[in-house]
Design a protein around this ligand. Structure first.
Ligand SMILES: *Cc1c(COP(=O)(O)O)cnc(C)c1O
Length: 425
C-alpha cells in the first residue's frame, strides 16, 4: 500500500489511543526511525520530542539494542514462563534488583505498564488477606494521577481526567485525597496523614507516581510528601506503591524517583523506558516480606500469569537498554537537557495564553489557559520539524536523552511556534 492508501485504510479501520471514527486528527505515516528522528512517509524528518511516550530514551535503532534483539531472535523469540525460565529473564531481574532500592528483591515481569499496576494492586490486596486483614481492599491515591487504562488502574487515575462519573458502578471505589502541591505545605502533609489514619481499616495500599504525575496533568509534586506517605503507610501496615512507569531510568534525574527522594516503597512498577522503547514490557517489584506473606496465604502464590510473561526478546533488549543506562551517559545528558529546556522555554512564561512553564529532569511542560487545538498545534510543530503530542491544555516534551543541544533548541522553538499558533486564532 502507498502512504496515502495506508492513511486511508487506517482512518476507516484502525483504533488509535483514545480514538474515534472518524479521527479528529489524521495520523502521520512513519516509514522508519533512527537516532532522535522519525522519517515520515512523505520524506519529511522530525525530531521525536516524545521519546514515543517516555520510552525511547536512547533513541531509535540503537546499535547495541538492535544487536541484542537480533542475537535473541536467533536463539528463541518466546517460550512459556510457567515451569520454564531463561537467561534474558533472569539477567533482567538481576539488573532490576540492583538498580532499584535494596528492599525490592522479588520481580514480576508483566507485559505492559497497566498490567504491572494490576499486579501491584493484587499484591497489596493479597498481602492484606494473607496477613489476616481481608477487609483491607481499597487503595488511596492523590488526585491528578495516571496509572493505566485497564479497569483497576483506571480506578486510581484522576477521577475527573478518567471520567469516573461515567464509570460509576463499574470501577472499584477508591479513596482520593487532593492533588499534591509542587511546594511543601504542612497543611497538605497533615491531609495525607489524616486520610491514611482515618481510612487505614479499609486500605490495602497507597499508590502514587513519585516526583512526576504524567498523563494525569504533568505536575511535579514536592518530594518530601513521599516521606510522609512512607511513614504513615508503615505505621498503618499498608503497602506503599510507587508507579515509576514514567519516572524510572533517568527521566527525572535519578535511576528511580525513589532513589532521588530517598524513599523506598514496598512495591514498585516500572515500564516504558525499560526496553529503551523497543517493545512492551513492564515489571512489578516487591520485598521479600510481602512475597513471603503472599506465598503463605490461601492462594498459595500470586494470582497472575500472562501468556507472554518474561518474553525473551523483550527481556534481552531491556538488558541491553539497562546496560547502556548503567554506563551513565544520561547522568550528564539529563541535567544538560534540563538546563536547556529551562532556558529555552523560559520566555514562554510571559506569552499570551500560557499559564505555567515547568521543567524537571528531561521533562518540559507548557500549560496553556485553554485546551490546545490539536490539528493547529500539530501542524505548527511538524512545520518546525518536531513531533510532539499535546493533550488537554498541555504542550510538553520528554525527549530522548541522546538529543544534542541543537535538537533541544529545535524542540523549544517548535513549542514556541505551537503556542503562538494555538493562541493566534
Ligand atoms: C504509561 C503509564 C502507565 C500505563 O502503562 P501502559 O504500558 O501504557 O499500560 C501506568 N502508569 C504510569 C505512571 C504511566 O506513565
Amino acid at each position: 500500500m502507498s502512504a496515502d492508501e495506508l492513511a486511508a485504510y487506517d482512518a476507516d479501520h484502525v483504533w488509535h489511543p483514545y480514538g474515534a471514527f472518524p479521527a479528529s486528527t489524521l495520523p502521520l505515516v512513519v516509514d522508519s526511525a533512527s537516532g532522535v528522528a522519525l522519517r515520515l512517509a512523505d520524506g519529511r524528518e522530525v525530531i521525536d520530542g516524545m521519546s514515543s511516550w517516555w520510552a525511547a530514551v536512547h533513541g531509535y535503532r540503537h546499535p547495541r539494542l538492535d544487536a541484542a534483539l537480533h542475537a535473541q531472535v536467533d536463539r528463541m523469540s518466546h517460550v512459556m514462563f510457567g515451569g520454564l525460565t531463561h537467561a534474558p529473564a533472569v539477567e533482567l531481574t538481576r539488573r532490576l534488583v540492583e538498580l532499584t532500592p535494596e528492599p525490592l528483591q522479588k520481580v514480576f515481569l508483566a507485559d505492559s505498564g497497566s498490567v504491572s499496576v494490576e499486579v501491584a494492586l493484587k499484591m497489596a490486596i493479597q498481602w492484606q488477606r494473607a496477613t489476616g486483614n481481608p477487609e483491607r481492599t481499597r487503595i488511596l491515591t492523590w488526585r491528578g494521577g495516571y496509572h493505566g487504562d485497564t479497569l483497576n488502574p483506571m480506578s486510581v487515575c484522576d477521577p475527573d481526567g478518567g471520567m469516573h462519573a461515567m464509570w460509576t458502578g463499574v470501577l472499584p471505589q477508591q479513596v482520593f485525597v487532593p492533588a499534591p502541591p509542587t511546594e511543601w505545605s504542612d497543611e497538605y502533609a497533615d491531609t495525607l496523614r489524616e486520610a491514611i489514619r482515618e481510612q487505614a481499616g479499609h486500605l490495602a495500599g497507597v499508590i502514587v507516581e513519585p516526583l512526576v504525575q504524567g498523563a494525569g496533568g504533568m505536575r511535579f509534586p514536592h518530594a518530601d510528601y513521599l516521606q510522609v506517605l512512607r511513614e504513615e503507610t508503615r505505621k498503618a501496615g499498608i503497602a506503599l506503591i510507587f508507579d515509576e512507569i514514567a519516572s524510572a531510568f533517568g527521566r527525572v534525574g535519578g535511576v528511580t524517583a525513589a532513589e532521588l527522594a530517598g524513599v523506598s516503597p514496598d512495591i514498585m512498577c516500572v515500564g516504558k523506558a525499560l526496553t529503551g522503547g523497543y517493545m512492551t514490557l513492564a515489571a512489578t517489584l516487591t520485598t521479600d516480606e510481602i512475597a513471603a506473606d503472599i506465598s503463605a496465604g490461601e492462594a498459595g502464590g500470586l494470582a497472575h500469569g500472562p501468556t507472554f510473561m518474561g518474553n525473551p526478546l523483550a527481556c534481552a533488549v531491556a538488558c541491553a537498554s539497562l546496560d547502556v543506562l548503567a554506563e551513565g551517559a544520561w547522568r550528564t545528558q539529563v541535567p544538560r537537557i534540563e538546563r536547556e529546556l529551562r532556558d529555552g522555554l523560559a520566555s514562554l512564561r510571559n506569552a499570551p495564553g500560557v499559564r505555567d512553564v515547568r521543567v524537571l529532569g528531561a521533562i518540559g511542560v507548557v500549560e496553556m489557559d485553554e485546551p490546545v487545538p490539536m490539528q493547529t498545534a500539530t501542524d505548527a510543530l511538524i512545520d518546525a520539524g518536531v513531533w510532539l503530542r499535546p493533550f488537554r491544555n498541555l504542550i510538553y516534551t520528554m525527549p530522548p536523552f541522546i538529543c544534542s543541544s541543537d535538537d533541544i533548541a529545535a524542540i523549544c522553538s517548535a513549542v514556541e511556534a505551537a503556542v503562538s499558533a494555538s493562541t493566534a486564532r
